[in-house]
Ligand binder design. Structure first.
Ligand code: RB5
Length: 147
């Protein structure tokens, strides 16, 4: 699978571990949108192009990491085509796929460790959208908001 990954400075080290694991152990193709060091940066500059890559079909899914996952999810959800979910555990990761057809998972490096991140991302990528009543709810989001 092709996965767009981005972080700010706070998420950089966790992003690095995630990318290595996704590539070397899980066999995914990674598009790394930065950041590329722990030097202080602004999360929208990295979340936005990564989200556009997912929305444009260049990547199947996205993984965005900042200190809390909150900033990443706020900006990602402003991109047409994106349903980003800020997740703290495996149940949230699974349900964001089954019920919300989420296409970007946001993680907080100050709240979770690498082990938890791996478990969440693995579950996220392996879980399908259930459709049915959940599709009706997503369509309502689109008709109420324009996306
Ligand atoms: C950076 O200090 C921090 O604000 C950022 O990583 C993120 O948590 C914002 O939502």
């Amino acid at each position: 699978m092709k996965i767009a990954v981005a972080s700010d400075h706070a998420g950089f080290l966790l992003k690095k571990e995630i990318i290595h694991w996704l590539k070397e152990e899980e066999g995914h193709q990674i598009l790394d949108f930065g950041a590329f060091s722990e030097e202080s940066v602004d999360y929208p500059d990295y979340a936005f192009p990564a989200s556009e890559a997912v929305a444009g079909g260049i990547a199947h899914f996205g993984v965005l990491v900042c200190g809390t996952g909150i900033g990443m999810s706020i900006i990602a959800n402003k991109v047409t085509g994106i349903r980003a979910a800020n997740c703290l555990n495996v149940d949230m990761a699974r349900l964001s796929r089954e019920h919300n057809n989420s296409n970007i998972i946001c993680l907080g490096s100050r709240l979770i460790d690498f082990e938890a991140a791996k478990n969440m991302i693995k579950t996220y990528l392996e879980t399908d959208f259930e459709g049915g009543r959940h599709m009706i709810r997503i369509e309502k989001i689109h008709s109420l908001t324009g996306w």
